[in-house]
Design a binder for this molecule. Structure first.
Ligand code: 3HC
Length: 290
């Protein structure tokens, strides 16, 4: 039968996207966040995204309604006792993640698999604090999870082969593609993405080209859907700054270090699409201003 009941901790942009993907694929989904207003906001995000999917003709109205009915919200991790897989998507702070997994470890049965959606932390550092380091892995989705078909399945040195097999099967049933990565900082995609975005910021801050020219060049020259600076605004200046610092700590490689413009943008509160201003400016709907 494989996994049927999925728990998701954290109902932000990633948690709600992952919940939507799971529910649309037929899984029973229980989501936990710390306040009812975050659960309401996550549900609204999913409703808006499902409406787009229906408009695109990829799901019918009935299928979208059925997907929504498979998602329940809770404020209590104590409700996660019957979950077969729990995916954590809370803030990118090690202690916050450890706290979540510590509570889950006491509530969930011994066969439940734990997975973290971390993009920058080390999986074994979380796994080793639980009683199930063999049933602990990374499941790294990409933003927006509904549109991005990749999931990195991250195998820590403690992760068993049976856990990797179960997660490969789970990702396949989502209709996504899983690639297995070892637990090295940044896994596969972010290991390459972080120095790439940093290079684009440096080129921009040194006056090598305008932001638009850099983004146009990459979109038209390499057929990427977004240029690096546009992507940076979508990921969030704060998120990239944090991740780049973690990577620099690990590798001591200057290409990983956040460029100085990033820190200044952070201090100014220019965090990208979510604050209406990053490298570019955006309206309330997140559309780029002309
Ligand atoms: N939900 C549902 N449907 C959506 C959607 C969403 N959230 N976002 C876009 N769509 C649909 C639209 O409805 C539209 O459908 P249609 O073609 O049937 O009309 C279609 O997707 C195209 O959307 P848009 O015209 O609005 O915009 P784009 O063509 O630019 O596509 C995109 C949007 C798929 C996000 C595309 O720009 C893209 O692939 N961007 C790159 C994203 C990326 O690189 N993500 C990885 C970030 S790094 C990361 O996540 C790692 C982390 O650890 C930091």
């Amino acid at each position: 039968m494989g996994i049927q009941k999925v728990g998701i901790v954290g109902f932000g942009a990633m948690g709600s996207g992952i919940a939507q993907v799971c529910a649309a694929a037929g899984f029973d989904v229980l989501v936990r966040d710390v306040e009812q207003r975050f659960i309401d906001r996550g549900n609204e995000r999913i409703a808006a995204s499902l409406a787009r999917v229906v408009k695109s003709g990829k799901l019918t109205e009935d299928e979208a309604t059925a997907a929504r009915s498979r998602i329940r919200g809770t404020l209590a991790l104590a409700d996660f006792g019957d979950r077969e897989l729990v995916i954590e998507a809370v803030v990118e702070v090690l202690d916050a993640k450890k706290e979540v997994f510590g509570q889950l470890d006491a509530v969930c049965g011994p066969t439940t698999i734990f997975a973290s959606n971390t993009s920058s932390l080390t999986i074994v550092e979380m796994a080793a604090t639980t009683k199930r380091p063999d049933r602990f892995a990374g499941l790294h989705f990409f933003n927006p999870p509904v549109m991005m078909p990749l999931v990195e399945i991250v195998k820590a040195i403690t992760t068993s082969e049976a856990t990797v097999v179960a997660l490969r099967d789970f990702v396949k049933r989502l209709g996504h593609t899983g690639v297995v990565s070892q637990d090295t900082t940044g896994f596969i995609v972010n290991r390459l993405l972080v120095p790439y975005i940093n290079s684009a910021i440096r080129l921009f801050e040194q006056g090598g080209a305008t932001a638009d020219e850099i983004d146009q060049a990459i979109k038209l020259g390499l057929r990427h859907p977004m240029g690096p600076l546009e992507l940076l605004d979508h990921v969030g200046i704060d998120v990239h700054y944090h991740v780049a610092n973690v990577f620099f700590e690990e590798f001591k490689d200057a290409n990983m270090a956040p460029p100085s413009l990033l820190r200044r943008m952070m201090l100014a509160g220019h965090l990208g699409v979510k604050t209406g201003k990053g490298i570019y400016e955006y309206d309330e709907k997140g559309k780029r201003k002309a």
